[in-house]
Design a protein around this ligand. Structure first.
Ligand SMILES: Nc1ncnc2c1ncn2[C@@H]1O[C@H](COP(=O)(O)OP(=O)(O)OP(=O)(O)O)[C@@H](O)[C@H]1O
Ligand SMILES: [Mg+2]
Length: 257
């Protein structure tokens, strides 16, 4: 049995059906990439997996570690080990990066053990320092308000920092590469690679093959109009880079129309 199983997922936003029967299985330690034209529902999939209330599941199943994810609240999903790095991270003025992360870690600990007193501050400082240097983030970031005035690249690093401190079992990265300069792209990818391994499944959503030179996927999927229409290995991404999406649309004309 796969660790994450998405079966025939149908999702609508307001009155519009966006996902139209999407199926995908991710096993422990596997890296999957999803590519696809703008507006095909990639972020919709990410938000739905995390439990955003605007996304209404009308049909299908999502099972993670044997549990029905769709009946869980977003914080329960997070504690179960699902993590989403947002395409557009929101700023939280008034809450520092350090406080935000510490609150997240402690609320998880408390959910597991109501008696838990929280991670001791020296231990937290050490963890944060270690993860920030891994991501080549200046230590002063810890004291800044989360994403407030962060550059595009800094926001993406802050997302990976959250991932590094929360240690999820499945991480969904929604265009974490967009807006990154070459050095930042490498740093972020190295961060993801440092965390990936047999305990972490990764779902990377990207428009560019370039990212996949750094985060090497085991599987690449192409989405078109709310469904996965092609699946293959890394060569599929290279093919897309060269050929664009026309051949996909032609091959799946009945869907594209
Ligand atoms: N709140 C909303 N109300 C109506 N339509 C919406 C809403 N949110 C998203 N959509 C529509 O859902 C479709 C899928 O959007 P989604 O963000 O999932 O696409 P995407 O594949 O992530 O695109 P991109 O590559 O541009 O990030 C789009 O047509 C979008 O306009
Ligand atoms: Mg998107």
């Amino acid at each position: 049995m796969s660790q994450l199983e998405i079966k025939d997922l149908h999702v609508r936003i307001e009155d519009k059906e966006i996902l139209k029967g999407l199926s995908l299985n991710i096993n422990e330690g596997e890296i999957h990439a999803i590519m696809g034209p703008n507006g095909t529902g990639k972020s919709t999939l990410a938000y739905t997996l995390m439990g955003h209330p605007n996304y209404i599941v009308t049909q299908g199943e999502v099972i993670f570690k044997g549990q029905n994810v769709l009946e869980l609240e977003p914080d329960e999903r997070s504690r179960l080990g699902i993590f989403l790095a947002f395409q557009y991270p929101v700023a939280i003025p008034g809450v520092t990066v350090a406080n935000f992360l510490r609150t997240a870690i402690n609320s998880r600990r408390r959910a597991e053990n109501p008696e838990d007193k929280g991670m001791p501050i020296p231990e937290f400082r050490k963890l944060l320092k270690e993860k920030m240097s891994m991501l080549k983030m200046d230590q002063t970031f810890a004291g800044r308000y989360l994403n407030d005035g962060f550059s595009g690249g800094e926001k993406k690093r802050a997302e990976i920092l959250q991932m590094a401190t929360l240690k999820p079992e499945i991480a969904i990265l929604d265009e974490t590469d967009s807006g990154l300069d070459i050095d930042a792209l490498r740093v972020v990818a190295e961060g993801v690679n440092a965390l990936s391994g047999p305990e972490l499944g990764v779902l990377v959503i990207t428009h560019y093959q370039r990212l996949l030179n750094y985060i090497k996927p085991h599987f690449v999927h192409i989405m078109l109009d709310g469904r996965i229409v092609e699946s293959g290995g890394p060569e599929l991404a290279l093919h897309l880079e060269e050929q664009g999406y026309d051949w996909v649309r032609e091959k799946h004309e009945e869907i594209a129309a």
